[in-house]
Design a protein around this ligand. Structure first.
Ligand code: BES
Ligand code: MN
Length: 450
């Protein structure tokens, strides 16, 4: 399938905007991207499109059709992207979309601009075809997903009247495998923590003071190393209390999905996998908590050498949560653990960043059957149901506040480098994504009538 020029041009324009939500430096770029989306909707005759200001980055809200006898599909996406660094590792500039071997390379190509644009382009085409749409459409494209959607939940709670829908359609997860269309029915949650350990008021000469003065980096490293044992089991007391063991049924479905350790290791360049070896790899990725350290900062590691005892050290880590775990409770457990294990001669400051709740979606939810059919039509292969280990904070908000299930149909490949250098999106997937979205929107009415 060769890419449609209009589709591609729209995607390129959107990818050129560096809408990085995590740094205040890019505030105007986020506004620019929201405006770009609004003009896209206007140009393609969406009935209504507004930019909604928040305490953070704006939300783009659009609407097309309001026939009470038709089902309403709420489309969610996020126009914010992750930072591009380390920029030296990109083969082309992250905000100059570059096409190579049928892939478009740019920050946000898969996560999430390329994917939500499939839905916007599908709607634009359906409107252009002049046929009366069998559905009403509402769109919510936010600018803060990558920082935990802090302003979206309050908006949803306050404006339920604007969000009267029957289901949510989201493409913000990867497809299970190349040539294997899929629907994702579970996402992990997240608790993200930063802390700083301080062991002195000043840095000191390590010869003059080593042996008597504590070293903040060693204290920090020892504290971090207590988070997990050598087998990869998280050591925070009570952390696994709410984790349910998988039913045999569920285990069997995992065994039916293809998995190759060799291929997995190859994609990431691993010598081996690590962790709870007795559990199925997909159970470890989707249905077990995990803990990872993201960064450690402190002391001196520049060119040359410096014999110093650093006075402080900070670290960032996060825990992925699974069904039944609650982020608030896990935050308390983490805080207690850090306080209990911080050496007495140090001061610790703990900062909880964003969090997300885990979610699971019933395989009988409204929309799953239509998504299966539409995927089958477009990809010529029956889709599988799978879980994913990443998080999308709003999915649980939709469930809790609006009682709506999200149909998560991933379109990008597992190795499209999201959050990493050389993020990309396959142009064939892009075109198939537009086709899928049209099929879904044209057929959802039938499912609501049975
Ligand atoms: N698109 C991802 C979520 C995702 C990635 C789901 C891979 C499944 C597999 C999303 O944009 C994302 O990165 N979410 C953050 C959420 C966080 C900032 C609250 C994540 O998972 O780290
Ligand atoms: Mn992301």
């Amino acid at each position: 399938m060769s890419p449609n020029k209009n589709h591609l041009n729209a995607l390129i324009e959107c990818l050129e905007i560096p809408s990085i939500s995590s740094s205040p430096k890019h505030k105007l770029e986020l506004e620019h991207c929201a405006k770009w989306l609004q003009s896209f909707c206007k140009e393609h005759q969406f009935e209504k499109c507004e930019i909604i200001k928040t305490n953070g980055h704006p939300i783009v809200y659009f609407k097309h059709g309001q026939n009470p006898n038709k089902p309403t599909v709420l489309i969610y996406g996020h126009y914010d992207v992750q930072p591009e660094d380390p920029v030296d590792l990109w083969n082309s500039p992250p905000f100059s979309p570059t096409i190579k071997n049928n892939f478009i390379y740019a920050r946000g190509a898969s996560d999430n601009k390329g994917q939500f644009m499939c839905h916007l382009l599908a709607i634009a085409e359906l409107i252009k075809s002049n046929a009366e749409l069998p559905v009403n459409i509402i769109g919510l494209i936010e600018g803060e997903e990558e920082i935990g959607s802090p302003n979206l939940a309050p908006f949803i709670k306050e404006h339920q009247d604007k969000l009267n829908a029957d289901l949510v359609l989201i493409s913000d997860t990867p497809m299970f495998a190349k040539e294997q269309p899929s629907i994702c029915t579970s996402l992990r949650g997240l608790v993200y923590v930063k802390f700083t350990i301080k062991s002195a008021e000043t840095d000191a000469h390590s010869g003059q003071h080593g042996g008597l003065a504590p070293n903040a980096i060693i204290d920090c490293a020892q504290l971090l190393s207590k988070l997990k044992n050598e087998a990869g089991i998280i050591q925070i007391p009570g952390l696994y209390d709410d984790v349910e063991s998988l039913s045999n049924d569920k285990k069997n479905t995992l065994n039916e999905l293809p998995y190759s350790k060799e291929n997995y290791c190859k994609t990431l360049g691993l010598k081996s996998t690590y962790g709870e070896e007795t559990n199925h790899p997909y159970e470890r990725l989707w249905y077990r908590p995990s803990l990872d350290i993201h960064g450690i900062e402190g002391g001196f590691n520049g060119e040359g050498s410096k014999t110093v005892i650093p006075k402080e050290c900070s670290a960032a880590f996060s825990i992925r949560l699974v069904a039944n775990q609650k982020s608030e409770h896990v935050k308390e457990q983490v805080t207690q653990f850090l306080l209990d294990n911080c050496p007495a001669h140090c001061e610790i400051t703990i900062n909880h960043h964003h969090s997300a709740e885990p979610v699971s979606i019933s395989e009988n939810a409204f929309g799953i059957a239509t998504a299966k059919k539409a995927l089958n039509t477009v990809f010529k292969k029956a889709p599988v149901l799978h879980g994913e280990g990443g998080s999308i904070p709003v999915v649980e908000t939709f469930q809790k506040e609006l009682g709506l299930n999200s149909i998560l149909v991933g379109l990008n490949f597992q190795d499209d480098n999201i959050h990493a250098p050389n993020e990309r999106f396959c142009l064939t997937q892009f075109e198939k994504g537009v086709e899928f979205s049209k099929e879904f929107l044209l057929n959802i009415e039938k499912e609501s009538n049975v």
